[in-house]
Write a protein that binds this ligand. Structure first.
Ligand SMILES: Nc1ncnc2c1ncn2[C@@H]1O[C@H](COP(=O)(O)OP(=O)(O)OP(=O)(O)O)[C@@H](O)[C@H]1O
Ligand SMILES: [Mg+2]
Length: 236
């Protein structure tokens, strides 16, 4: 059975339907990419997995349990964490204070110290500046902080929504390497990226969304070679 199984969900904002009959299946381990044009519903899907918006119909099965009606903190406790679009840091809190907010469950809270050490060993840059306000950081450093905060929840699955958006090319490279490293460390990654080519290259599987529906799915390498996809999304 898949680790995370989205089964035929519909999602609305008021009367506006943005996701329709969407199903997808995420196996444990590795990176799965969700790609699609602006407004396709990628962020909505991520927020829906995290329980921030509820599907009007369908199921979201995580380790076999339907989590579709759970509260966000209950979903995070079960092992899913989001690195949101725009990073979602509190700019006036320090790096360390932002990180600590990621420890949601009792268990994660009790291991705050050792998890902070793990985050700092992954991102030494954060440790150097842990008393600094997050708002004073560069985009790339903020992204590290946001990923670090997700790790503080001790997740099995990490959802990343546009992690490289607005970053300088050199930082994009660092973020991509970080994501690959997380996958190597056994995390299951769901990645939404404007950088479609790079994202598919590092993914074992990809889904293409269009107007809230899955219009294509396949191995990352297959999608990279796909004529139609290359024309419409990769601009080649
Ligand atoms: N809070 C909201 N209220 C009403 N409509 C919304 C809301 N958030 C998003 N939408 C609409 O839902 C659709 C999907 O938006 P969503 O943000 O999920 O797309 P996306 O694929 O993440 O786009 P982008 O690539 O620009 O981040 C869009 O038409 C958007 O305008
Ligand atoms: Mg989005």
């Amino acid at each position: 059975m898949a680790l995370l199984e989205i089964d035929n969900i519909d999602v609305f904002y008021g009367d506006l339907q943005v996701i329709g009959n969407l199903s997808l299946s995420i196996e444990e381990g590795g990176i799965t990419s969700i790609v699609g044009a602006n407004g396709a519903g990628k962020s909505t899907l991520m927020n829906c997995i995290l329980g921030e918006i509820k599907p009007r119909k369908g199921k979201i099965l995580y380790k076999g349990e339907n989590i579709a009606s759970l509260k966000t903190f209950e979903i995070v406790e079960r092992g899913i964490a989001l690195v949101p679009e725009g990073r979602g840091l509190f700019p006036f809190l320090t790096v360390e204070e932002n990180l600590i907010l990621g420890a949601v469950s009792k268990e994660a809270k009790s291991k705050t110290r050792e998890n902070l050490e793990r985050v700092y060993s992954l991102f030494p840059r954060l440790q150097e500046r842990l008393k600094q306000r997050a708002g004073s950081f560069s985009g790339g450093e903020q992204q590290m902080c946001s990923i670090g905060r997700a790790l503080m929840a001790e997740p099995d699955v990490i959802l990343l929504d546009e992690p490289s958006l607005g970053l300088a090319p050199i930082m994009v490279k660092t973020v991509v390497e970080t994501i690959e490293r997380l996958a190597e460390n056994g995390y299951t990654i769901i990645l939404v990226e404007q950088n479609v080519m790079t994202s598919l290259r590092i993914s074992k599987k990809g889904y293409v969304l269009q107007e809230g529906r899955v219009v294509m799915e396949g191995l990352g390498t297959e999608l990279l070679e796909h004529e139609e996809l290359r024309k419409s999304y990769l601009g080649v």
